[in-house]
Design a protein around this ligand. Structure first.
Ligand SMILES: [Fe+2]
Length: 265
């Protein structure tokens, strides 16, 4: 038995859909309650849905009882602050797991390549049910920032860069594609990230918004890409060496933090 997956994501692992016009909406993300949660850079998160409704961001499997990334429980305090963002997440009609706003501080291209990771979305997810994928709704206007996607983490030839102006909406199989955001701005970037169960409701939401599964990436100087890639590979090797040097403490095993630390974008 295998998981239910959506054909639209089979080709490239992502679908960019029509942007959402949020120009008339209040900037709800500015008032949310954020918790420190380091993930793919200098980040904080504001949970709208967590495993059991608490103001925390841990993976659903890391609770008692553990659960897969479905049936998220709304976090009352933040839902009351951000009813429109909550509505946007719920309008899809698919089962929701983790749902939160990420705050990402500016970084470099090399940082983002170093941060490339795949999410652990389907731990404990029973086969025969829908594969968990994630939507990214960019909230701040970051036209010079990009969501970097790679099929092969170390191969720039597989790289796609999705620009992130306000209202950009992308659905990504983040357990398939390596991903991270390069955000060269001066202010933090905010994005609503929601885990959804693949199935007819999510498919319908995507299909009704003119999805595209391939885009032309904004131009980058190949020398910058090469330099960033080389730097990231070196930093990864250093991290791995440090990890191997500390395994006697158990701290670097791929346990709850080890996985979740690199699970957002
Ligand atoms: Fe991620």
């Amino acid at each position: 038995m295998s998981y239910i997956k959506m054909p639209i994501l089979e080709e490239s692992g992502f679908a960019v859909v029509d942007s959402y016009n949020q120009s008339a909406d209040p900037r709800e993300w500015e008032n949310l309650v954020y918790v420190d949660w380091k993930s793919s850079g200098d980040t904080r998160f504001a949970p709208l849905a967590s495993a059991y409704g608490d103001m925390e961001c841990d993976g659903f499997w890391n609770h008692t009882p553990p659960k897969t990334d479905k049936d998220g429980v709304w976090v009352t305090e933040n839902v009351e602050i951000a009813p429109l963002l909550t509505d946007r997440a719920q309008e899809v009609g698919a089962n929701i797991g983790r749902c939160r706003v990420i705050e990402l501080q500016p970084n470099t291209y090399a940082d983002s390549i170093f941060n490339l990771h795949r999410d652990d979305n389907n731990r404990l997810n029973p086969e025969g049910t829908g594969w968990i994928v994630r939507s990214f709704y960019n909230l701040t206007d970051n036209p010079d920032s990009v969501m970097i996607l790679r099929e092969d983490r170390d191969d720039p030839a597989t790289e796609v860069r999705v620009p992130l102006p306000a209202g950009t909406q992308v659905v990504i199989d983040t357990q398939r594609l390596y991903h991270a955001v390069w955000h060269p701005g001066n202010e933090p970037r905010y994005c609503l990230i929601t885990s959804y169960e693949s199935g007819p409701n999510l498919q319908k939401w995507i299909d009704s918004r003119n999805p595209v599964t391939s885009i032309e990436s904004p131009y980058m100087d190949p020398a910058v890409i090469d330099a960033g890639n080389t730097d990231a590979i070196r930093r990864r090797a250093e991290r791995e060496a440090a990890r191997l040097g500390s395994t006697d403490t158990g701290a670097a095993e791929s346990g709850s933090m080890g996985t979740e630390v690199l699970s957002e974008a």
